[in-house]
Write a protein that binds this ligand. Sequence first.
Ligand SMILES: *[C@@H]1O[C@H](CO)[C@@H](O)[C@H](O)[C@H]1NC(C)=O
Ligand SMILES: *[C@@H]1O[C@H](CO)[C@@H](O)[C@H](O)[C@H]1NC(C)=O
Ligand SMILES: *[C@@H]1O[C@H](CO)[C@@H](O)[C@H](O)[C@H]1NC(C)=O
Ligand SMILES: *[C@@H]1O[C@H](CO)[C@@H](O)[C@H](O)[C@H]1NC(C)=O
Ligand SMILES: *[C@@H]1O[C@H](CO)[C@@H](O)[C@H](O)[C@H]1NC(C)=O
Length: 737
Amino acid sequence: MWLLLQVIVLTEVKGFVVADGSRVAPLCPKGYFPCGNLTKCLPRAFHCDGVDDCGNGADEDGCGDTSGWPTIFGTVHGNVRRVTLTQECFLSQYPQHCSCRENELECIQADLKAVPKVSSNVTVLSLKKNKIHSLPVKVFSKYTELKKIYLQHNCITHISRRAFFGLYNLQILYLSHNCITALRPGIFKDLHQLTWLILDDNPITRVSPRSFTGLNSLFFLSMVSNQLEVLPERLCAQMPLLNWMDLANNEIKYLTNSTFLTCDSLTVLFLPRNQIEFVPEKTFSSLKNLGELDLSSNMITELPAHIFSNLHLLQKLNLSSNPLLYVHKNQFGSLKQLQSLDLERIEIPNINTGMFQPLKNLSHIYLKSFRYCSYVPHVRICMPSTDGLSSSEDLLANRILRVSVWVIAFITSVGNVLVIAVRSLIKAENTTHAMSIKILCCADCLMGVYLFFVGVFDIKYRGQYQKYALLWMESIPCRLLGFLATLSTEVSVLLLTFLTLEKFLVIVFPFSNLRLGKRQTAVALASIWGLGLLIAAVPFTSEEYFGNFYGKNGVCFPLHYDQAEDFGSRGYSLGIFLGVNLLAFLIIVSSYAAMFCSIQKTALQTSEVRSHIGKEVAVANRFFFIVFSDAICWIPVFVVKILSLLQVEVPGTITSWIVVFFLPVNSALNPILYTLTTSFFKDQLKELLHKHRRKSVFKVKKKSLSTSIVWTDDSSLKLGVLNRIALGDSIMKPGSP
Ligand SMILES: *[C@@H]1O[C@H](CO)[C@@H](O)[C@H](O)[C@H]1NC(C)=O
Ligand SMILES: *[C@@H]1O[C@H](CO)[C@@H](O)[C@H](O)[C@H]1NC(C)=O
Ligand SMILES: *[C@@H]1O[C@H](CO)[C@@H](O)[C@H](O)[C@H]1NC(C)=O
Ligand SMILES: *[C@@H]1O[C@H](CO)[C@@H](O)[C@H](O)[C@H]1NC(C)=O
Ligand SMILES: *[C@@H]1O[C@H](CO)[C@@H](O)[C@H](O)[C@H]1NC(C)=O
């Protein structure tokens, strides 16, 4: 315990000052960050927590993820001037329900069925929310001054190939929320000045390769929420200045090497919510100016290793919500400018620190699990900032858990220590058996110690767990606690199996000489402890293979159910819980089944045999409760493990409930069962009963409740026989422990 506390003291924060007279930005250890130009280092979690931890506000600077288009857009459209128009109208001809200011005309919801006739020098024409269903030949050709046309919400189905002819000055064209199904070749042929083309929310399924001919000034193209399935090859060939392309929420299935071949100027490319499955290696190779790429919510299962290798200026990359199966070791190696990387909901089984090391400028990263954040210690903000088990404030998020951990720690350790003491004081007749029980209590007591320390660390981090979570999980105390818990459970399980098998041999083969002597028992017990120690210590041997086996959650218990965890530790955890423990559990259950059958038979035989094995049966009776508590304890763990094998998502909170409530059931109940069901205690009870017969009837009933609960199923007949045998034995031999 002292070792644990010392280690905690040693893992304090230390900053470094380079000692050559001048002040240099401090070199901080991994996972820590310098406070601006101060020599202070803070853990990553102190960043952006709303508190000025540095003193100069450096830790609260630049918290929002503004990388990508917000900054790119800022540099391109830095100084947009808004011109205030006078009330005067310069147009001599326009429909009734329209409003006119200078050369700008607005006809919103004016029930227009066609493009109205207006003065030829109109510059802005807004026809939103009318009933225009088609744009005939040269409908705008008279209005050569037009700079902006707004045609949203009209259900335009038909656009003549020559509808926009003659609009040499048009800069902005909005056609969103219409019923356009296809873009014909050459439709925008004359729009040499067009910079914005908005085609959102149309049922467009087809775009001809030459649809965009003539758009040689186009800067911004948005085709969000159409039904586009195929993009033409060399999409940008006709619009060499295209800077921004938004194709979100279409039905695009694949991209090819040449889709974006000539998009040299493209800085922002949005392709989220499509059905892209395959992206060939050269798809983005000519996008040398790309600053933001969004491929989120697609069906991409595999990305070629060098797909991003030419994107030297990329600032923001969003790959979230793709069923990506594998991330190459050097997938992000060339993204030196990347500031934000979104890999939410992506499992990275081969995750390692080297994968993100080249991303020197990365400040925001979004990963699938909190645990992954430990692989990107140099990134300032890593999401999620906590796992499901603990809240961002507390190690044990739930109030009930927080109190229970202490109660159960107390019951477990005090109960076991008491049993060890009592057993040592009373001279048991079966000394080897008493020795086994004491050893079992030692193992169970460790569970109490473990819970006690979980409670201590919960208090230590109360209210600010988020800041220390990763440090805590990486720390040596956490690993030692995990080791302790594993040691306790494994030794306990192995001992119970051993004791059960011992009883099994005695009861099922009462006349054989299979009983172990004192020395043999001692050797068996020692080897069980050795085996337990080995099982718990193996994960320390290879950091590479097991990673941080114990530090995967706040309570440091290696109940790995996360699909994404490394193969080594997941396999080992599976081996322990569904291998060793399930096997032990099955051995115990089947041994008891065999014992009950045997007892039922012998109960019908002579009283001589009965007296011979009666003593052993009393012990077997006690052991039944241990099996019962064993079942309560282990079945939830088996269920969680099997669910994780079936790839069912298990919420993180499950771990803490299992660790605090189910695992210690065994350790907490064993001492109670041992003291309450021994014949010594029964005798004491009987004496009490005799003295205060009237008063204590209810109390005794309560105390024997643990017995009656179990006896209420239809196996009660058989068990009743067993019980009578056990009682008969203690009556025959009063005073025996
Ligand atoms: C840190 O920088 C701020 C301005 O950014 C300056 O006012 C301050 O004096 C600097 N502190 C040190 C210790 O250099
Ligand atoms: C064109 O606009 C000018 C003002 O800019 C106006 O004086 C003139 O009458 C307009 N011409 C026509 C044909 O409407
Ligand atoms: C795309 O480029 C890669 C590498 O140059 C090549 O192997 C592949 O065949 C190309 N695919 C297509 C569809 O052109
Ligand atoms: C990435 O895309 C998803 C879904 O399209 C979105 O919710 C998320 O906010 C994006 N990430 C970033 C960092 O913008
Ligand atoms: C990181 O980004 C900053 C701008 O935010 C830039 O000045 C710097 O050169 C970048 N660093 C690297 C290594 O590219």
